[in-house]
Design a protein around this ligand. Structure first.
Ligand code: MN
Length: 203
């Protein structure tokens, strides 16, 4: 992601704000995308001038920055990946799985897609406090699930981020209150695997 005239922008949503319901309500998106992401962007854009990082792409800033710039840049990158990996909620539950090389790599690592889902969800549920659970790939395409506290992102460990669940309470509290596991389990219906597959194939 590149800044335009020195300003990073909110990633456009590839769906209507009401389209993720009932998994994620329009009200949650209004706050999460419209206010939380907006605040991270405004903080980042205000902090960059004079930092020495202002001409770098976002991923480079996240790799190099520390402190407040890292926190806000990390959250901008994380939310950009999070919001663009989602799709409209189907009217009835349906099979929703990856295909191709990503699906093969998942089976190699976890034995089955179901086992992968269980492990990913368990890591998200068990993460203490605010953070993100990630599926990422190394340069050889080997996959891993990792927990990151705060604004952490696998690019800090030279890995390509593929899929992420936001486990900050602001991501689910209005719809699920304290039931983080119920929220994470519902998210599988609205993952756009074609986006995750292209991140894997383009790494
Ligand atoms: Mn969030």
């Amino acid at each position: 992601m590149e800044a335009i005239n020195g300003q990073f922008q909110a990633v456009p949503l590839p769906y209507a704000k009401s389209a993720l319901a009932p998994v994620i309500s329009e009200t949650t998106l209004d706050f999460h995308y419209g206010k939380h992401l907006r605040a991270y962007l405004d903080n980042l854009n205000a902090a960059l001038p004079g930092s020495g990082l202002e001409n770098l792409p976002l991923e480079e800033i996240v790799r190099k920055a520390e402190g407040g710039i890292f926190n806000n840049a990390g959250q901008v990158l994380n939310h950009s990946l999070y919001f663009t990996q989602l799709r409209a909620c189907p009217s009835a539950p349906e099979v929703n799985e990856p295909h191709g090389p990503l699906a093969d790599a998942i089976v190699r690592e976890w034995g089955s897609f179901e086992k992968f889902k269980q492990t990913f969800q368990q890591q998200g549920t068990a993460l203490f406090g605010s953070g993100w659970v990630w599926l990422s790939a190394d340069k050889d395409g080997r996959l891993a699930i990792t927990q990151e506290a705060g604004a952490g992102n696998p690019v800090r460990h030279a890995r390509t981020p593929l899929l992420t669940f936001d486990v900050w309470e602001h991501a689910y509290y209005l719809d699920y209150q304290n039931r983080r596991a119920a929220h994470l389990s519902a998210l599988w219906q609205i993952i756009d695997w074609s986006v995750v597959e292209s991140r894997y194939n383009g790494r």
